[in-house]
Design a protein around this ligand. Structure first.
Ligand SMILES: Nc1ncnc2c1ncn2[C@@H]1O[C@H](COP(=O)(O)OP(=O)(O)OP(=O)(O)O)[C@@H](O)[C@H]1O
Length: 453
């Protein structure tokens, strides 16, 4: 896996540094050893050609690993960093992961673990899957996916935050599926949907006879999750007494079934989700601060759909094809007006709303092309206008033109003549439109300003 890969090792401990380098050489890699932070920065700057990965001790005698990472990460295409941390440096390692480091390993570690994690980093496992992505194609969603990929094989709890319907459960399932836990169960519990008095038994289970009606032993979700993932949805709605029990479960890595006397080991990873501001709830005394610290070792924010425009047509097509596959329909395509309106809509219900609208439209549409009124029947009912969230036509047209021009420029790397050919207009027309719509060739890349929303 590491054959021919150029790996820089920044490590002041001579024994550790030499043994890593020797092993890397045995694996066919081309290792470089730098013993201090300053030597690393100097040597990296003077290097001809890139390195495939940097293995960096977080504590060095002169600079710390974080400073080296920040310096090298300023380059246009920085190499992935695998940090080596001591036990107490978890907070710092988590901070680095958030800042874009690829992975970290806590010392002491097995050499095989080191090589596997390094191979994952050096050959790009820290990237989002495939050119398309599994969760979306927009830059914010690609970043979320890359972050989840980096977190997949850690046991750290992850808190997914975001508006309702933004895809938190989908992200949790994706994290599970990409992790080494994928063969174990993914068990979800919605803390808002289960009455407080039943939630304890739902999570911890109970012994036979623990309370009236407990006719048989019942395994709770903490037990059923095994070594997989326990997904706690709407964690902000959990009552305070239950929060205390959850904290104990996390701290002891064990729990008791209700009425049970022997502890049961807890091996699953906790992924929780919320649409609330948990820090604000904690400030009001409605959420335990100590539990919050445990749950949000890493917080991944799912952006609302309106903040990731490129995902809208992509998701529309996926839902459209899935809905078409479910039953007979005359529909063959999504109309451009429907797509245009979808791009300008605010999506308060996020991806769930988009999915519901497509499902309903596919079920009810009568034509061959899914039209604006199929997707937004309320436009017709309300007769359009401002109150229906419809932009004036001139504004909508400008937004559409701006979007298409930006796409064409992005596709052609900013070359106006080629973009004009793609758009089937003359170069002069394109140039004039770019002036009027304030589009700079270099600022293309899908960056559509003032989209008329
Ligand atoms: N990236 C995605 N790809 C495909 N479908 C998605 C994606 N994100 C969300 N969905 C769909 O949108 C709906 C809502 O997603 P999900 O349940 O994950 O959202 P949520 O943020 O957990 O919502 P809530 O806060 O209400 O629990 C689901 O039907 C899901 O399948």
């Amino acid at each position: 896996m590491l054959d021919g890969r150029r790996i820089a090792v920044i490590e002041d401990d001579a024994i550790m540094g030499e043994s890593l380098v020797q092993r890397l050489a045995l694996e066919g890699a081309e290792p470089l050893l730098w013993r201090t932070g300053r030597e690393a920065l100097r040597a990296h700057a003077a290097l001809a050609g890139p390195v495939d990965a940097v293995v960096c001790d977080i504590r060095l005698p002169d600079l710390d690993g974080e400073a080296i990472f920040m310096e090298i990460a300023r380059a246009a295409a920085p190499p992935p960093f695998l940090f080596l941390t001591a036990h107490g440096d978890i907070d710092q390692a988590v901070r680095l992961l958030r800042a874009g480091a690829a992975d970290y390993l806590t010392k002491p570690f097995e050499m095989d673990t080191f090589l596997a994690r390094l191979a994952a980093v050096a050959v790009g496992r820290g990237e989002a899957t495939g050119p398309e992505g599994a969760l979306g194609v927009s830059p914010p969603m690609r970043r979320v996916e890359a972050m989840l990929a980096r977190l997949a094989d850690h046991a750290l709890p992850v808190l997914l935050s975001g508006e309702t319907g933004a895809g938190k459960e989908v992200a949790a399932r994706h994290l599970h599926a990409r992790s080494a836990r994928a063969g174990e169960p993914f068990v979800a519990v919605n803390c808002a949907a289960i009455p407080a008095e039943l939630l304890e038994s739902e999570i911890f289970g109970h012994e036979k006879g623990a309370f009236s009606g407990a006719h048989a032993r019942h395994a709770g979700v903490a037990e059923r999750a095994g070594g997989g993932t326990l997904f706690l949805d709407e964690i902000g709605d959990m009552a305070l007494p239950m929060q205390a029990k959850l904290l104990r479960l996390i701290e002891d890595a064990a729990f008791f079934r209700i009425g049970g006397e022997r502890p049961v080991a807890f091996r699953a990873r906790i992924v929780s989700a919320t649409h609330c501001d948990l820090a604000a709830l904690a400030a009001e005394g409605r959420f335990r601060q100590d539990l919050l610290f445990r749950l949000n070792a890493v917080e991944v924010a799912l952006p609302p759909l309106r903040a990731r425009e490129a995902d809208i047509p992509w998701l529309m097509r996926r839902f459209f094809e899935a809905a078409r596959a479910r039953g007979p329909t005359r529909l063959r395509a999504i109309g451009s007006l429907a797509e245009e309106a979808a791009l300008s809509h605010g999506w308060p219900g996020n991806v769930r709303e988009l999915r519901n609208r497509i499902d309903r439209a596919v079920a009810l549409a009568e034509g061959e092309v899914l039209g604006l009124a199929d997707l937004f029947p309320e436009f017709l009912l309300q007769g359009g206008g401002e109150e229906a969230g419809v932009a004036p036509l001139a504004e909508a047209r400008a937004a559409a033109e701006r979007r298409q021009i930006s796409r064409a420029l992005e596709h052609t790397g900013g070359r106006i003549a080629e973009a004009a050919a793609l758009l089937q207009v003359s170069r002069t027309t394109l140039w004039e439109k770019m002036q009027r719509l304030e589009i700079r060739p270099g600022a293309a890349g899908g960056d559509v300003r003032n989209s008329g929303r």
